[in-house]
Design a protein around this ligand. Structure first.
Ligand code: GLN
Length: 329
């Protein structure tokens, strides 16, 4: 029996456009407002971008609008920690487990035996930032964080100053997390510096196009399809993608993987990336989020595209991109 799921670029393009036009007028969800800047972003912005392994891009809608990367930066910093320390140390010093709780949960740190669980929630991300090299050198760490995100995205990224200021005056919960981690020896650099670097990395401006290239780079085993450069060792792609699959949509990740089947990572600004290994990286931007902080239209768009193409990471079929008109078997 043929287990291939053959899809053409044309089918993929149609699925992306159908999702965009079908969901464009959806008004569900609400912009995050605990960070004042995010509440002021135009709630109707909507863009979908796909990056294919040969560097071809499919984009529709507002894919050039710069928004705060927010929690999607956690994926990049996890990659940096993997590069600096390897996967065994990441597992020991942070963990790779789902918390089943909101992204900013303090309780999760207490319940998980004083462990930050995973670099993809706030606690683990602050811990991950504290590990970024060179430890003890805030300027050097920041340069490493920005360079890594730019390499993953295939082009420069810069801070949205207004967002950084807005986050800095409202991040009391994250400060509590940083100091709680300190008391458990799970912060590996100065806590206030680690908190500030975490806040800054969340405030970096990116576009949906750039994020799809980051997702595409992970889908291509660390090779950036648009720059032709290797950003991280192939052995880490499966580690990063596993983190996405276990906790990328926080407490709803199980439901998400069950119903949609693409490892994904969201951010409260309305960005979401999806990684389908070897096939494509995708990013959606639409600011209104649900109660867990996941973009409403982003989730719907990814689900619709995956369903339309008959894709699910666990369906036992090998997705193959073909050039000619596909015969669906
Ligand atoms: N900067 C945000 C915070 O720390 C990021 C959260 C998110 O995107 N889920 O709360």
């Amino acid at each position: 029996m043929n287990r291939d799921r053959r899809i053409t670029r044309e089918e993929l393009k149609i699925a992306v456009h159908d999702a965009y036009f079908g969901l464009k007028d959806n008004k569900d969800g609400k912009n995050a407002d605990y960070i004042p800047y995010l509440a002021s972003v135009d709630k109707d912005l909507f863009g979908i971008a796909v990056c294919l392994p040969d560097g071809e891009m499919i984009t529709v809608g507002d894919c050039s609008y710069r928004f705060g990367i927010e929690s999607i930066s956690k994926v990049a910093t996890a990659i940096l920690v993997l590069k600096d320390y390897g996967s065994g140390t990441l597992l020991d010093m942070i963990g790779a487990d789902a918390t089943g709780m909101p992204f900013n949960s303090v309780l999760a740190i207490l319940l998980e035996n004083e462990h930050p669980s995973t670099p993809l929630v706030n606690a683990g991300a602050i811990s991950a930032v504290s590990m970024v090299c060179p430890v003890g050198n805030g300027r050097g760490k920041w340069d490493a964080i920005v360079k890594n995100i730019a390499e993953l995205c295939g082009s420069e990224v810069t801070l949205i100053d207004e967002l950084y200021r807005s986050e800095s005056v409202s991040n009391h919960n994250n400060r509590a997390i940083a100091w709680l981690l300190k008391s458990y020896n799970r912060i590996y650099d100065e806590p206030e510096m680690s908190l500030d670097l975490y806040t800054r990395q969340c405030s970096l401006g990116v576009t949906a196009t750039q994020l799809s290239i980051m997702a595409g780079t992970i889908a291509c085993g660390g090779y950036n399809p648009t720059t032709g450069k290797r950003v991280f060792d192939e052995i880490y792609a499966e580690k990063v993608t596993s983190l996405l699959a276990s906790v990328g949509l926080y407490e709803h990740t199980g439901d998400w993987m069950f119903s949609c089947g693409i490892p994904a990572k969201s951010g409260v600004s309305g960005g979401i990336i999806g990684v389908l290994p070897g096939i494509f990286g995708i990013a959606v931007f639409a600011p209104p989020i649900d109660s867990s902080g996941n973009s409403v239209k982003g989730q719907l768009a990814l689900k619709q595209i995956m369903d339309n193409l008959g894709l699910h990471i666990f369906n036992g079929k090998r997705a193959v991109m073909v050039e000619e008109k596909a015969v669906t078997l």
